[in-house]
Write a protein of this length. Sequence first.
Length: 203
Amino acid sequence: MEKNIALVCPECNEKFNAYIYTSINVQLDKEMKNKVLSGKLFDMECTHCHAKFHIPYPVLYHDMEKKLLIQFTEEKDLEPVKTILKNANVGEDYTVRIVDNERDWIEKILISDSGLDDRIMELYKLLVLSQYEDADNVSGLYYWNIQNFENPHYVIVLDEKKSDKMHFMPFHLEVYKQVEEVFLSDIKQDYIVDANWAVANTK
């Protein structure tokens, strides 16, 4: 679903209208998925000066084939979002998540596309982080595709805080499966599955 909103250009300060999406169903609009994964969904262009800028906004991603709902929102109060998702017309076999940044949103989709479980992936990344010498200097770990949509190649990307450097490490499926064997039977589904969730589920 989409709606028309009024924006003010940060370059020329003129008002213009733009279409944004409140929800995306990738079976109904297959091209939309590429926009999400490429980061182009939130790209805007001023109709006056043609300045281009990137403005993330709340949107729900829905993949009926994979039975996946991912709500991207920067709202601090998640209770209304949880209520909306709880009342969504989906079965209990759906995976339902809430993320608060665009990169996490895309990562969840990539994990699902790979046939993997984002809960196990967070535990896998926690294991990777525990073996990194300067763990306090890590701002994020992500499962990421570094090639193209047709021939994806997945790695683990590590972001450093101090230098803003990105390190690319191989993703080891056999290690992932070992983590899965240890933890899968004991962990439950949750709306928010991130690094903090992983720490809480290994105590």
